[in-house]
Design a protein around this ligand. Sequence first.
Ligand SMILES: Nc1ncnc2c1ncn2[C@@H]1O[C@H](COP(=O)(O)OP(=O)(O)OP(=O)(O)O)[C@@H](O)[C@H]1O
Length: 474
Amino acid sequence: MVDTNEVESHLIERYEIRRRLGKGAYGIVWKANERKTGRVVALKKIFDAFRNPTDAQRTFREILFLQEFADHPNIIKLLNVVAAKNDKDIYLVFEYMETDLHAVIRKGGILQDAHQRYIMAQLMRATAFLHSGNVIHRDHKPSNVLLDSDCAVKICDFGLARSLSAIAKRRGDSADTSVPALTEYVATRWYRAPEILLSSPHYTKGVDMWSLGCILAEMLLGKPLFPGDSTFDQIEKIIRVIPQPSRLDIDVIGSQYALSVVERAQRKQRVTLEQILPKDSPKDGIDLIKQLLVFNPEKRPSAESCLSHPYVARFNTKKEPLDLGYQVIPPIDDDIQLSVDEYRSKLYRMIREKKAARDLERERRYAEEQAKKATQKKEDLNRTLTNTNQDSTVSQSKQAAAPVYPGAPVTKPVTAPYRRSSKVAPMDPTRNSRSAQNLLPHQSPVIHSRHSSAPLHRQNTREFTKQHDRLLFS
Ligand SMILES: Nc1ncnc2c1ncn2[C@@H]1O[C@H](COP(=O)(O)OP(=O)(O)OP(=O)(O)O)[C@@H](O)[C@H]1O
């Protein structure tokens, strides 16, 4: 039963709330129908989004990064941001996904080997894209991996994401791409890399790669690989499985406690990954996990290089770019906490500016497409005219070189009428390549039918904004 009191009336006017999808630490997510279009969306209410500077910063980051990475098919699309009338809560409207990886793993028996590989390939692509913008997600875990019935993956929840470029810029040292550890880092313990657990003063893209290793192991195992119930228990569970770190590996993370904690954790009986994982686990899958779950973050492979690993290579068939093309630098220094009001007004301004820039870009692309179409039309028309002239020339007289009418230019003899099929256009390799989806068994038992995913960002954007000044985005 949906408690509609939890959603403000101006949202109810716009969205029909269907059912609750999930509840996280920061908000509730509902499935809803946009009344005007009927499209299915996920509505996330962030409670008291600006309660204190830390929460305000989290809200700010989440929206900022969602906007930056919106164009990747494996990253959830933010369709709208709606401010609550109380100016405290914020509603985020997302494209709807049927389930998440946590729910699917918990049900058990749904994911086959091909699904698991395909999911990993998509996670690697999304992560490579984020990392290309020099951003780390910092909260990769199964409940942040959304899925649909075609096994398409979209990662969500960017509340902990951080820009490495911003840190480097602040330090005036572009080569240093690590983030100083922050006390507010609250990512789920089970997926935390050892350097975070050991309070390393900095961390890198390697933290996401560690979490991806944990996710793959969880898919094979059917339950979390390292379900620690305290920070030390977490370290112990990790250390007894992964290869023993060398002194150099421990020094690399620059944590003052690391050596003593690791030595204490090493007292536990060791166990191999092969002993923990099911007997029929694919060898290449185990190999990928072993590469990702190494103590020294510098020795973990990058997301991009993982895409050529045999476990995922066959499923890496998508052609969308892996590179954002620029580095994301948030307009607010991450280490300076602003007041709640400053965050709020900066956020609203940023959303509006981004939207204006995107509208402009969309219009530019639209104009470009139209110009291309017009040129094509003109060419087609010219071709048709030429053919008509040629045909009539041939049929009117066999004297091809003779002018059709006095003063007309001499037409060349036509040996065959123009036929489109006589010239075969070069094949677009991306169109005919079998997508990974085709390789997969369709319709898994619990992930039901997929909803249409028309290019939503093209729909009625202006109208929405005009309709209600609380609609910040759209
Ligand atoms: N676009 C979506 N489509 C369908 N379900 C979604 C969508 N977005 C989120 N969910 C569901 O809601 C849950 C919580 O979402 P989200 O992680 O964004 O919230 P959160 O409060 O930031 O969570 P956390 O406590 O993990 O930080 C997800 O695990 C997922 O089950």
